[in-house]
Design a protein around this ligand. Structure first.
Ligand SMILES: Nc1ncnc2c1ncn2[C@@H]1O[C@H](COP(=O)(O)OP(=O)(O)O)[C@@H](O)[C@H]1O
Ligand SMILES: [Mg+2]
Length: 384
């Protein structure tokens, strides 16, 4: 960091030096012009060609012209800067989609059979290592599939592929047998409800932050409150200085508002987590529900309560659940263990426990951790 800092400082110093030289040169030139002019005017007055009033006029005119020129130069510089900004704006607004779009997108009917990953290989770029190495996986319609694995196993990456934030490098993701590359990405995402591990905090009001899950609910306060209630955050939000209209950010505060909590509040990590859940509950009727570590920021009791609510809510829906607490996924219809970008085990909880493999080992480890919680942190599986 220090090296970077010094490089930046050196560049800035060189720039300052150039500016000083240039400014000094220009100031000198201006002084020569106006000084020379004044000398001429004085000698002209002496010769009787110019009156004293003429000299005064001349001095005022020179000052006026100089000021006008300086303003002109400053305005040209400002326009230049504004145009540079506009360049960025144009680059963003005219950017091509970064995923190839289907010429005529295939229709995307409501999910009936299930979602399938077929031999999916993925890396973030050619310079990055493979994250997924031939993952094949089925999420049958109406079932809950749980995905577990250590940090960096590729769970969240798999979620991004399901939402088509990226396309698989090799292999395909199929929705009822249709490759999701052939359907309209916006249409696909409309059918998915998701809690992402790195969900967004928006500098907006509580109600708006929840409505981000489904903008059609923006003016429907009842729907927003209902999903907040299911996520267990209604009482907190209703109790804020301006209730649901409280700004969840201190970003727009003036120095004088600093101590006035009614202008904006900061929620805790766990409260934000619940808010992200409320956002997903707003999309409850979607075909596929994705929950990536939905209880990561919560304490054990809150976590249990959330998972009970989620299980009730998931009933009969197609969902993918990722959690580092294996206790939360044992009821899933299918548990898939991901390790180093590969599916290494899958089955029901009892089958996996009987098999005595990786899942069984980690589950026992966590169970033991819970048993002796007083002595230390329970063992975790995954979590980034
Ligand atoms: N945007 C990204 N660019 C490059 N590498 C990434 C990116 N996101 C995740 N990774 C890498 O991909 C691997 C899998 O990450 P992730 O899918 O988040 O794992 P998990 O959710 O199972 O903990 C990690 O090695 C991580 O460093
Ligand atoms: Mg993750």
């Amino acid at each position: 960091m220090l090296t970077e800092r010094r490089t930046a400082n050196a560049a800035k110093r060189a720039m300052d030096r150039r500016e000083v030289l240039l400014q000094a040169g220009l100031a000198l030139l201006a002084a020569l012009v106006s000084g020379g002019g004044l000398l001429w005017a004085v000698s002209a007055a002496r010769a009787g060609a110019l009156s004293v009033g003429g000299i005064t006029m001349f001095a005022a005119a020179v000052a006026g012209v100089q000021a006008a020129l300086a303003t002109l130069a400053a305005e040209v510089a400002r326009s230049h800067q504004a145009l540079l900004m506009l360049d960025h704006y144009l680059t963003v607004t005219t950017a091509e989609p970064d995923l190839p779009t289907a010429g005529r997108p295939a229709a995307l009917p409501p999910l009936r059979q299930g979602i399938e990953l077929r031999d999916v290989w993925f890396r973030y770029s050619e310079d990055h290592p493979w994250v997924l190495r031939g993952v094949s996986l089925r999420i049958p319609y109406g079932t809950t599939v749980a995905l577990v694995g250590l940090n960096g196993a590729g769970k969240s990456t798999l979620v991004k592929l399901l939402c088509r934030f990226y396309d698989p490098t090799r292999g395909a993701v199929l929705w009822d047998g249709v490759d999701i590359r052939h359907v309209d990405a916006a249409e696909l995402r409309r059918r998915i409800g998701a809690v992402f591990q790195d969900y967004m905090h928006y500098d907006m009001t509580a109600a708006e932050n929840i409505a981000m899950g489904d903008l059609s609910a923006l003016d429907d306060r009842r729907r927003i409150e209902l999903s907040a209630g299911r996520a267990g955050i209604h009482d907190t939000l209703a109790g804020l200085p301006h209730g649901y209209d409280t700004l969840l950010s201190r970003m727009f505060l003036m120095e004088s508002d600093r101590d006035d909590p009614s202008t904006g509040v900061v929620l805790s990590g766990g409260q934000w987590q619940r808010l992200a859940l409320a956002r997903a509950f707003l999309r409850a009727r979607r075909d596929l529900m994705i929950l990536d570590e939905p209880s990561a920021g919560l304490d054990a009791e809150a976590e249990h309560e959330i998972h009970t609510a989620l299980a009730r809510h998931r009933g009969g829906r197609t969902s993918l659940l990722i959690s580092h607490r294996l206790g939360a996924v044992r009821e899933a219809d299918l548990i898939v263990v991901l390790a180093e970008g590969r599916v290494v085990e899958q089955g029901h909880h009892t089958e996996l426990m009987a098999a005595g493999g990786r899942y069984a080992r980690l589950f026992s480890l966590q169970a033991a951790g819970y048993g002796s919680e007083a002595e230390g942190e329970p063992a975790h599986l995954g979590g980034t």
